[in-house]
Design a protein around this ligand. Structure first.
Ligand SMILES: [Zn+2]
Length: 107
């Protein structure tokens, strides 16, 4: 698709949702491509062998890369353990879904 560039190829649907959420929170429009189809349908992400990718417009590409780089720098995609209740949490959560304890970003 002219004017759009692939930003990120994901290993799973959760990752696609996470990346899109980050970018759209910054006002960056995204498109998802999976199995050579442009789609907004969640179902297709689960198709066998699909490796969905997130695309952004060329105008947003540099900014989108910075958003993802910032996330990587903070290490927020690394799983963490809630200090209050011991629940294991995925990296995209900034607070414990079980007890509400906020993640300490300085650890
Ligand atoms: Zn907790």
């Amino acid at each position: 698709m002219k004017g759009w560039s692939r930003l990120h190829t994901a290993d799973n649907p959760t990752e696609i949702g996470f990346v899109r959420g980050l970018l759209e929170a910054e006002g960056i429009s995204t498109r998802v491509r999976s199995m050579d189809l442009w789609t907004a349908a969640v179902e297709i992400y689960f198709a066998e062998g699909a490796r969905p990718s997130v695309w952004v417009s060329d105008d947003d590409l540099e900014r989108a890369r910075k958003v993802l780089a910032e996330v990587d720098r903070r290490g927020s995609r690394t799983d963490w353990t809630c200090p209050a209740c011991g629940e294991n949490l995925e990296g995209q959560f900034t607070a414990c879904w079980k007890c509400g304890q906020a993640r300490d970003d300085n650890d």
